[in-house]
Design a protein around this ligand. Structure first.
Ligand code: ZN
Length: 282
């Protein structure tokens, strides 16, 4: 599933191509029912056609197209959504479900194997992202606030990091990588993570996302960038989907478990169980 680095790569690819372009047509395969959440295609078309895209932003995993009437067209790729730039006469993408036509002979093509992706029109950005937590790559996120967002949580630290209301943009891949880098066992209750480990996690949750962006995202399966090309971050992961392979740091066998309902990968030696205080004797 695309996470912050993948969505940011698409944003950076598409913004210089799409900003300033006017939308001239919108087509949606009527079988793609989740895409518009049941809203009629005619309504979306009436709202988009004739509008100019002024900028493309991103918050968490949401891609946000600002329109010249002040509204914002919001795309979420969910599991297998793809948004690619193609000449209008190019052949259809595999699993193509929708097309946004632009005034210069190019399209934004929407392909989605699993059909969980969403397109929504909002009056303002705040409507979309008001509930999202800060992003680990945001310079304004301090260690103090990072700590506060983990504190007093009995849930596994991995589950807290995945909760988009606490931290936006992290998903299964980058959380496993960040916890490995910080040497924290993913199932450790968040409130049991030591101050020193929290500081390491603050740094690693940022660095794994930054590296993911540098490598243009991770293409384990479906993700492609705004030109339809794969990223390379999947070739640089330390633990994610490396079950049974040796840890690059210590040689131990990477293990797989389930935390918060999600497949989880860790090194049993580099990420030891949190020490539990011995019960008082007598
Ligand atoms: Zn190790």
């Amino acid at each position: 599933m695309p996470e912050l680095p993948e969505v940011e790569t698409i944003r950076r690819d598409l913004e210089p191509l799409v900003a300033g372009r006017r939308i001239t047509g919108v087509e949606v395969d009527p079988a793609t029912i989740h895409l518009l959440a049941g809203a009629p295609i005619e309504t979306l078309r009436a709202n988009l056609v004739g509008r100019t895209v002024t900028a493309i932003g991103r918050r968490g995993k949401y891609l946000m197209f600002s329109l010249d009437d002040g509204r914002v067209f919001v795309v979420h790729l969910r599991m297998t959504g793809r948004l690619v730039w193609r000449p209008h006469d190019a052949p259809a993408e595999q699993f193509q479900r929708a097309v946004i036509e632009l005034d210069n002979g190019y399209d934004l093509r929407w392909a989605d194997l699993r059909k969980f992706g969403t397109w929504r029109l909002h009056e303002s950005v705040a409507e979309v992202v008001g509930k999202l937590g800060p992003e680990p790559i945001d310079d304004s996120l301090t260690l103090k606030e990072f700590r506060a967002r983990l504190a007093n949580r009995t849930a596994p630290v991995k589950a807290v990091l995945l909760d988009q209301r606490r931290f936006a943009g992290l998903g299964n891949i980058y959380v496993d990588e960040a916890l490995y880098e910080a040497r924290i066992r993913p199932d450790t209750p968040a409130r049991k993570v030591s101050p020193a480990a929290t500081k390491r996690l603050f740094a690693s949750s940022r660095s794994v996302l930054e590296r993911g962006i540098e490598n243009r995202g991770a293409s384990f399966k479906d993700y492609v960038d705004g030109q339809g090309e794969k990223g390379s971050q999947h070739m640089h992961v330390q633990v994610f989907r490396r079950t049974g392979k040796p840890c690059y740091r210590c040689g131990s066998t990477i293990q797989r478990t389930v935390v918060g309902g999600r497949a989880t990968h860790f090194c049993p030696r580099c990420q030891p169980k949190a020490r539990v205080k011995a019960a008082p004797v007598g």
